[in-house]
Write a protein that binds this ligand. Structure first.
Ligand SMILES: [Zn+2]
Length: 333
């Protein structure tokens, strides 16, 4: 794994300020830092993940243990059903906001492709791309769904091919976010939409968690470890290297999207359990301490400081230069 010290992965500025330290899941010591130019929060040193690194991080253990609040793995039947149902609600919302139906959709970081099934069922041409072989190996063959195994920057998916590109809680994982956004811009048709959601660095919950983390001494951290089985040292809000590397706010996300040519049409925050942007599970059926933080999240959403950001960004114009013919990458389904 290669590391880049103290350089913003969006705007390339080297003017950064250190905020706190984070113990990586890989056992390395990282810093949570903030770019003084675009305000993005990211980890330093910043890892540049190879395909092999991604396969190692997003392995069977990651998908088995990292998903859900009730111990469900990503491939658990109940979790899968919840996420398929969630994707149906999100498809309706995306069609309503963009005015596009039965178009072409690309889901970047599609996992096993479960998000695409609703779109294919509604007449869309649905494509996904995923770096994890473990996730792709669980994909079900569905008519109208094509999944590519690889990284978007190195897979030939054509130019101006898609009406909608989806980045669903994906961008925070990326070690080349600027390049990925530039690839998405090229792949979208003029007037097409990027629909992106990611954790909100300025959510009320995140700010409170970070405050407690900074204030808590070793004894308080040990109490949290025992009560909630959470190690406060391993997360700065939702920043948890080498998995979550980036932490956006309204301002830094808008900067990143506009820097590659997008026009941000709508950006808002939502809470855990939101009726469109999260699975429909009881938001307070969890550990009592977690329930308090979720209540904070609900309150935060009322003042647009919810846990996650949802953004609709539109490609204003076609990129300069002649358009190349759509290429075909190697499909795995
Ligand atoms: Zn920056």
């Amino acid at each position: 794994m290669e590391f880049i010290p103290d350089k913003c992965p969006i705007c390339a500025a080297t003017e950064i300020r250190k905020i706190d330290s984070v113990l990586g899941r890989d056992g390395r010591e990282y810093q949570a830092v903030q770019c003084r130019i675009c305000t993005l929060i990211f980890v330093s040193p910043f890892p540049i993940l190879t395909r092999e690194d991604c396969e190692e991080i997003y392995n069977r253990e990651y998908y088995g243990s990292n998903w859900g609040d009730a111990g469900h793995g990503y491939f658990d039947a109940e979790k899968s059903a919840q996420m398929r149902e969630e994707s149906e609600r999100q498809r309706l919302a995306i069609e309503h906001v963009t005015g596009i139906t039965r178009g072409t959709l690309l889901d970047v970081g599609c996992g096993d492709g479960r998000y695409l099934e609703s779109f294919a069922g509604a007449g869309w041409q649905a494509f996904g791309i995923e770096v994890s072989q473990e996730a792709v190996s669980h994909a079900r063959p569905i008519q109208g769904v094509t999944i590519f195994h690889g990284a978007i920057e190195s897979t030939d998916l054509g130019v101006e091919r898609f009406d909608v590109v989806r980045l669903k809680h994906c961008i925070e994982h990326l070690s080349r976010p600027r390049e990925t956004l530039e690839s998405v811009f090229r792949l979208l048709k003029p007037g097409g939409f990027l629909v992106l959601d990611t954790d909100n660095a300025e959510s009320l919950r995140s700010r409170t968690e970070r405050f407690i983390r900074r204030m808590a001494g070793p004894a308080a951290q040990a109490v949290v470890r025992i009560l909630m089985k959470k190690d406060l040292r391993t997360r700065f809000g939702r920043l948890s290297p080498p998995v979550h590397l980036l932490y956006f706010s309204h301002r830094s996300l808008t900067y990143a999207l506009e820097a590659v040519g997008f026009s941000v049409r709508w950006i808002f925050s939502v809470h855990h359990g939101h009726p469109v942007w999260f699975p429909l599970v009881h938001p307070f059926r969890c550990h009592p301490v977690e329930a308090v933080f979720r209540l904070l999240d609900h309150i935060g959403t009322a003042v647009d400081c919810g846990e996650a950001l949802v953004c609709f960004a539109q490609k204003k114009s076609s990129p300069p230069g002649p358009l190349s013919k759509c290429g075909e990458g190697k499909s795995v389904l």
